[in-house]
Design a protein around this ligand. Sequence first.
Ligand code: FAD
Length: 258
Amino acid sequence: MSGPFTTRVLDHGFVHLRDSMPSLTGQKPVEGLGRGDFRIEEAARVSTSHLPNDVLNEIGSEREETRAPEQTKKLIKYMFDHEHATPFEQVKLTFVAKLPIFVARQWIRHRAGAFNEQSARYSKLPCEFYVPPLERMQSQSTSNKQGSAEQLTEIMAKGMQDLIHRSAGRAYDEYESLLANGLTRELARMVLPTNFYTEWYWSTDLRNFLGFCKLRCDSHAQYEIRVYANAMLEMARAVAPYTVGLFCERHGFGGANV
Ligand SMILES: Cc1cc2nc3c(=O)[nH]c(=O)nc-3n(C[C@H](O)[C@H](O)[C@H](O)COP(=O)(O)OP(=O)(O)OC[C@H]3O[C@@H](n4cnc5c(N)ncnc54)[C@H](O)[C@@H]3O)c2cc1C
């Protein structure tokens, strides 16, 4: 399962761009500008009494606006650099993701958005948990108390991977045994560790999405959330390629295009 709007992430996860506003259907970028970029400009220009031509036509106005793509880019750049941020909120994004619970706990701290999550009260969780790949089996950093340092030796990494696997598997066996003995699902789930997967919808706007990416694409963010943030940033590029490219350039992330 992989395509322009779906990316497999970690061992059992994925993230999918479900929808956007403006919609991507039939979109053809114009000189590096997508519908999302034009919506940002459109929203900003209402402050100087400019309306889009299709709206002017519908209200029977004779007025017509013409703007060169360079003017649109200049305006977006100005607003981005001067934190005139609300026009960026006029672009909306909805993602569906499957992710480990410990990643979800970091992600949900971003309050400016709407979440709907799978309920382990409502149905039994499948036996799906995250085990880091060998190259991710790193030691604790001593310089960054929240970070990871060098890779463990292969023999140590393999042993620890096995331990994580066994421990999660055992927890799942205990979960099933509690359910089989009649304990309610809402309590039985307590024995599952946070590397079990959950699924959710997340809707937010481009301003807050870029705020999320600024923090979570950064090298200080934990690898396991960074891979989701990077995948979503790439997908958002289809909606507002110029703005996302500008964001990447300003924050030193890959894929700057301005
Ligand atoms: C590397 C890293 C390490 C972290 N470590 C920890 C940790 O150890 N412990 C911990 O608890 N958290 C930690 N966090 C989470 C962090 O404190 C934030 O909760 C999280 O990054 C969400 O950021 P935010 O508040 O900017 O986002 P959002 O909640 O999406 O808010 C977006 C913006 O809206 C505005 N806003 C939203 N709500 C309010 C409000 N109530 N009042 C004023 N302005 C508001 C702010 O400008 C904010 O930046 C960490 C985050 C990162 C990236």
